[in-house]
Design a protein. Structure first.
Length: 382
C-alpha cells in the first residue's frame, strides 16, 4: 500500500535566515515551500496547490502579511492562514482576522514546539476542509442524480418532511400543479395556498390524516389544461419506524375514460364474426375522433402519450386490412408483394399481436395463397 503524499506548507518571509530556520523546523513532517515576498508566494500557491497551510510574516516589502493573506483567502480559501508579527499591533491583527481570515497569529520570538503544534492543527484543519468539500460535492452529485431520476418517474411526486416542508418535487409534479419554480424549502400548505391549488391542498391534508382513504380524484386546471389527477399520500419512515414525512403522489388519469372506450373497441373488433368490415369502418371513424381529442387536450402525460400511440397503431392496422380486402375485390390482379407488405405492417401495428381477429387471419391466408398461386377469387374476406 503506497504512503500518502506529505502535506505542503508555505513559509513566507523576506529574511533568508528565518526561512532556513522554519524549513529546518518542519522539513521532517511536511513538504516545505518558501518564498521571500508575497507575489512570489502567490505564484507558488497557484503552481503547487493544494497547500495545506501558509505561515507569513506581517512586515514584508511591497505587501503586508494581512494584504497577502486576504489575497490567499480569495484564491485558495481552503489553505489555512497563520501570520507572524514581531510587535504588538492590535489593529493589524483585527485586520488579519477580518480580511485575511487568519487561523492564528503568532508573536515573535516563537516557541518551536508550540509553532509545530499550531501548524499541525492548521494542516489537519485543511484536511478536514478538503474532506468536507468532497462530501459536499458527493452530496451535490447525489442530489443531482436523484433529482434527474425522480424527474423520469411517470408520476408526480412531492416529498414533504415531518415539518410539512417540501424537500423535493419532480418534473411531472411541478407540471401537473403548474408550478413555475421549484417549491423545495417551502411549506406544502404555502405552496398550495392559491385559489387554483387549494382543492389540492385540502385533498392532501385529508389523505395525510386518513389511513382508510387510499386516494382521491380531482379535476385541476394547469396552464390552461384541465387535468384529472388521482392523488395518494404515502408515509415515509426510518428503519426504526419513526415518521420522516410523506410523499404526495399525483397520477394523471385524464386519459382513462378514452382508454376504457378504446379497450372496448378492441374487444368488439376481436369478437366480431360476420360483419367485421362494418365494425372496422365504425371503429376507424371513432378512433379518428379519439385522435382529435387527444391531440387537442394539451396533455402530454405518459398515459395520454401511450394511448395516442396505441390509437395510431390501431388505425394503421385497420386502414391496411381494409385496403387489402378492397384490393382483392376491386382489382383482378393486385400487386401480391404489396399486399403481403401491407398485411405485415398491419399485423405489426395491431396492439394485440396475440389476439388477431379470425377474419383478419383468414385475410392473411388469402393473401398468402394469392401470392403463391396467382389465383384471386375476388370475394371480400372481412
Amino acid at each position: 500500500m503506497s504512503t500518502p503524499p506529505r502535506a505542503r506548507i508555505l513559509i513566507v518571509d523576506d529574511e533568508e535566515a528565518i526561512l532556513e530556520t522554519m524549513a529546518f523546523t518542519f522539513e521532517d513532517d511536511y513538504e516545505v515551500l518558501t518564498a521571500t515576498n508575497a507575489r512570489e508566494a502567490l505564484a507558488v500557491l497557484d503552481e503547487r496547490a493544494p497547500v495545506a497551510a501558509v505561515v507569513t510574516d506581517q512586515r514584508m516589502p511591497e505587501m503586508t502579511g494581512v494584504e497577502f493573506l486576504a489575497m490567499v483567502y480569495e484564491r485558495h480559501p481552503n489553505t489555512t492562514r497563520i501570520i507572524l508579527t514581531g510587535y504588538a499591533d492590535g489593529e493589524a491583527m483585527v485586520r488579519a482576522i477580518n480580511e485575511g481570515h487568519v487561523y492564528a497569529y503568532v508573536t515573535k520570538p516563537w516557541e518551536p514546539e508550540e509553532l509545530k503544534q499550531l501548524v499541525q492543527r492548521a494542516v489537519e484543519l485543511h484536511r478536514l476542509r478538503l474532506q468536507n468539500d468532497r462530501l459536499l460535492e458527493d452530496l451535490r452529485r447525489a442530489n443531482v442524480f436523484l433529482g434527474a431520476a425522480i424527474d423520469e418517474i411517470p408520476v408526480g411526486a412531492l416529498v414533504v418532511d415531518a415539518a410539512g416542508v417540501v424537500r423535493a418535487a419532480n418534473r411531472p409534479g411541478r407540471e401537473y400543479l403548474g408550478l413555475d419554480a421549484d417549491p423545495s424549502g417551502r411549506p406544502l400548505d404555502q405552496v398550495l395556498d392559491t385559489e387554483r391549488l387549494r382543492p389540492m391542498r385540502d385533498v392532501a391534508q385529508r389523505l395525510a390524516g386518513a389511513e382508510a382513504t387510499p386516494y382521491e380524484e380531482l379535476e385541476l386546471a394547469a396552464a390552461g389544461v384541465s387535468l384529472r389527477l388521482r392523488i395518494s399520500v404515502r408515509t415515509l419512515n426510518d428503519a426504526a419506524g419513526r415518521s420522516l414525512g410523506r410523499v404526495v403522489l399525483l397520477r394523471e388519469i385524464s386519459h382513462e375514460p378514452l382508454r376504457r372506450r378504446f379497450e372496448e373497441i378492441l374487444s368488439e373488433i376481436k369478437s366480431a364474426r360476420d360483419a367485421l368490415r362494418v365494425r372496422l369502418e365504425q371503429a376507424q371513424q371513432e378512433l379518428a375522433g379519439f385522435s382529435g381529442k387527444v391531440k387537442h387536450s394539451g396533455i402530454a402525460s405518459p398515459g395520454m402519450l401511450e394511448l395516442e400511440e396505441r390509437i395510431s397503431r390501431t388505425r394503421t392496422a385497420i386502414e391496411n386490412w381494409l385496403a387489402v380486402d378492397d384490393a382483392l375485390v376491386r382489382e383482378g390482379y393486385p400487386d401480391a408483394r404489396l399486399l403481403l407488405e401491407r398485411m405485415r405492417v398491419a399485423l405489426a401495428r395491431w396492439p394485440l399481436p396475440e389476439e388477431i381477429p379470425d377474419r383478419v387471419q383468414a385475410l392473411a391466408k388469402r393473401v398468402e395463397s394469392y401470392y403463391q398461386t396467382g389465383e384471386n377469387p375476388g370475394q371480400p374476406v372481412l
